[in-house]
Design a protein around this ligand. Structure first.
Ligand SMILES: Cc1cc2nc3c(=O)[nH]c(=O)nc-3n(C[C@H](O)[C@H](O)[C@H](O)COP(=O)(O)O)c2cc1C
Ligand code: SF4
Length: 405
């Protein structure tokens, strides 16, 4: 199987990424006109029928989220594009916004129109200055074309606060509101009480770009790729021991081996040339063995069956000489540093995991590590603490991966 290019513009695309020509060439202008001519219910039922799920990590059904904000009571609503992208090994939103900023931005305009938001924010990772400049150019063009400003939605770019936790949706709201980026307790969920206490639709960049291409085409076209339960394409960010690290768009359902090996994708394992394992889904992802990679496919259902998830689409590849215990120790330090410290299971748990690993806990304290991980998963306030032990637990569940080290 090969890469496809739908979210990413085709290689034959010649127009400048922020130009009105690009808006037309990619079908986004036609898509915007289509959405503006439909009722909100109709737009939402198209999204629901497409089977689109959020690409920010949790795979929440997008149509359901839009419907919840659409139906929420309140005079003021907001739309937020989450481009904070600070998860280790994840860099696909950066590439998408560099190559085709008008896709995600058209998605923001469509979303605001449907849910009735007069104000939207694009929250961009602080280090992504080039992306921010490109977004500003794209916004300027949309303003001059009448899609942004005047009677429609006003879109503002906000620079990220420089912390992984700021990408968590409620921490992100606090950051926009000028507070410390600390997550709020849920419920209430953002669709009911989000930014400044109002119903808020927050979506990942790739999710919004999917909405734009859906209306630039139609549901049948959208469903051409993927499997029954996992429709469309996915951007994957491949890093580590592969010939061609980078961001690629692939159809859901693609064998994991193809992602690593196909000549126009990963291009094959380098280093020792023998695959040791992959970490699928980012720092909070799951280690998969060579055998699991050989039989695995990129779809929500089959990965859930082996306790894994696609997460943000990060695929970190390790050859068979890498000490995965060392990798896990690095991940643990990342979480200990990035924990906002607000709740005890995460503040203390992430630190304790680092200490246990450094004291040789992989050999002597595996049960303690496991119990600590499970307690964090069950008792932490937000997704950071809940998922910080996932990679560790997956390694403990696969003792074969650490036998050689
Ligand atoms: C610690 C943490 C960091 C996150 N960072 C991001 C991020 O950078 N980008 C993103 O889209 N979602 C991130 N999320 C998920 C968001 O909270 C939210 O679920 C997502 O933006 C919803 O969009 P979607 O439905 O389109 O996936 C993060 C979650 C956690 C717990
Ligand atoms: S789980 Fe961690 S990051 Fe999330 S609120 Fe608690 S301390 Fe903060």
């Amino acid at each position: 199987m090969n890469q496809v290019r739908r979210l990413l513009p085709g290689f034959q695309t010649t127009s400048a990424p922020t130009s009105v020509e690009r808006l037309k060439e990619r079908g986004f202008e036609a898509g915007l006109k289509k959405v503006f001519s439909m009722t909100g219910e109709d737009v939402i039922s198209h999204i629901t029928a497409s089977g689109l799920k959020g690409r920010g990590g949790a795979a929440f059904p997008t149509g359901l989220k839009w419907s919840s904000v659409y139906n929420a009571a309140g005079p003021t609503k907001y739309v937020v594009m989450n481009a904070d992208e600070s998860e280790l090994g994840t860099f696909k939103d950066r590439v998408l916004l560099e190559e085709d900023p008008l896709g995600a931005l058209s998605g923001v305009v469509m979303a605001a129109h449907v849910v009735g938001a007069k104000k939207a924010y694009c929250y961009i990772r602080g280090e992504y200055r080039d992306v921010e400049r490109r977004m500003a150019e794209a916004l300027q063009m949309l303003r001059s074309e009448g899609w942004v400003g005047t009677d429609g939605v006003d879109i503002e770019i906000r620079r990220g606060a420089g912390a992984y936790i700021a990408g968590e949706e409620t921490a992100l709201f606090n950051s926009i509101e000028g507070k410390r980026p600390e997550p709020r307790v849920k419920p209430p969920f953002p669709t009911i009480k989000g930014l400044w206490g109002s119903p808020t639709l927050i979506q990942n960049v790739e999710t919004l770009a999917n909405v734009a291409i859906l209306f630039a085409h139609d549901t049948e076209w959208f469903k051409q790729y993927g499997t029954k339960d996992t429709v469309g394409t996915k951007l994957v960010a491949i890093s580590g021991h592969v010939q061609r690290p980078g961001v690629y768009e692939v159809p859901f359902g693609m064998p994991l081996t193809d992602i690593l090996e196909a000549p126009n994708l990963g291009g094959g394992v380098v280093g020792s040339g023998r695959l040791g394992a992959i970490l699928l889904g980012g720092a909070a992802g799951t280690f998969l063995s060579r055998e699991e990679v050989a039989s695995g496919r990129l779809d929500y259902g089959s990965l859930a069956a082996i306790g894994a998830s696609i997460g943000s689409g990060a695929v970190m590849v390790f050859d068979d000489t890498v000490d995965l215990k060392w990798v896990t120790a690095r991940l643990a330090r990342f979480f200990a540093e990035e924990s906002c410290g607000q709740c005890v299971p995460c503040r203390v748990g992430t630190q304790r995991i680092v200490e246990l690993i450094e004291q040789g806990g992989f050999k002597s304290r595996t049960q303690d590590l496991r119990e600590l991980g499970l307690a964090m998963r069950d008792a932490s306030i937000c997704g950071l603490g809940q998922t910080a032990p996932v990679a560790l637990l997956s390694l403990l569940d696969r003792p074969g991966l650490t036998q050689h080290a």
